[in-house]
Ligand binder design. Structure first.
Ligand code: DX5
Ligand code: ZN
Length: 219
């Protein structure tokens, strides 16, 4: 499957958020990653559904990948379905009813994702297979952009891909946190096909140059 590059707008300049989204789309982004933090599940606060409403109004055809780092998740699932999210991903630690939450997302018309923290067992992929459309493997602890990629992630990606293959699933496997030109190729070789990148894109002088170089690493 064609690799997906998803810039995380957590690293964008919020004073000109719409233009930042336009610029990364022009630079070749496939999907926009949208990190939602609640200062409860993670110790940081970002943005919520009204921000997605505005962005969807300006970019109606763009797919937004909503990464929920909130607890509880249920109310925010409904809100982001209403706002037009294409993907909604949840952390299993953030709800008592992961299976039901995944179905709530799918029944609402979005693709459902399951997120694995560095400490979350990859067995959850096996346990819940068939109930999600995306596995998002965190390569940092959730809560902040600009952290260093945890190298053990490569092994976890490979394990997750093996489990998906064993079930005959071509589910998207995303990697999120510290993704850069230094590690994107190894993440891809380990089984990832969906790459979330915040600071490595938005801190660069030229978004297109970085995204082009990322694609070259994936070819
Ligand atoms: C971390 C977020 C990531 C983060 C990625 O909690 O889920 O999506 O914004 O940003 P970088 O690429 O800067 O690590
Ligand atoms: Zn994220």
């Amino acid at each position: 499957m064609k690799p997906i590059i998803a810039p995380s707008i957590l690293a964008a300049d919020f004073s000109r958020l719409g233009n930042e989204v336009e610029e990364v789309l022009d630079a070749g982004a496939d999907v926009i990653h949208f990190d939602v933090m609640d200062n409860h599940y993670v110790p940081n606060l970002s943005f919520g559904p009204v921000v997605l409403d505005s962005l969807k109004t300006r970019f109606p055809d763009t797919e937004f990948d909503v990464h929920l780092m909130v607890k509880p998740v249920e109310g925010m699932i409904d809100a982001f379905l209403d706002s037009g999210a294409s993907y909604i991903s949840i952390h299993p630690e953030a709800t008592n009813h992961v299976h039901a939450a995944l179905h709530r997302i799918r029944n609402g018309g979005a693709r459902a994702g399951i997120v694995l923290n560095p400490s979350t067992s990859v067995n959850v992929v096996d346990e819940l297979h068939g109930n999600f459309d995306l596995v998002l493997v965190m390569s940092v602890n959730p809560g902040f952009g600009g952290q260093k990629f945890i190298p053990e992630t490569f092994r976890k990606l490979a394990k997750a891909r093996t489990i998906l293959d064993a079930h005959g699933l071509d589910t998207r496997l995303a990697v999120d946190g510290g993704v850069s030109l230094e590690n994107i190729r190894e993440a891809w070789q380990s089984g990832a096909d969906f790459f979330v990148a915040g600071s490595s894109i938005f801190s660069s002088g030229n978004y297109k140059t970085v995204i082009d170089k990322m694609r070259l690493e994936l070819s």
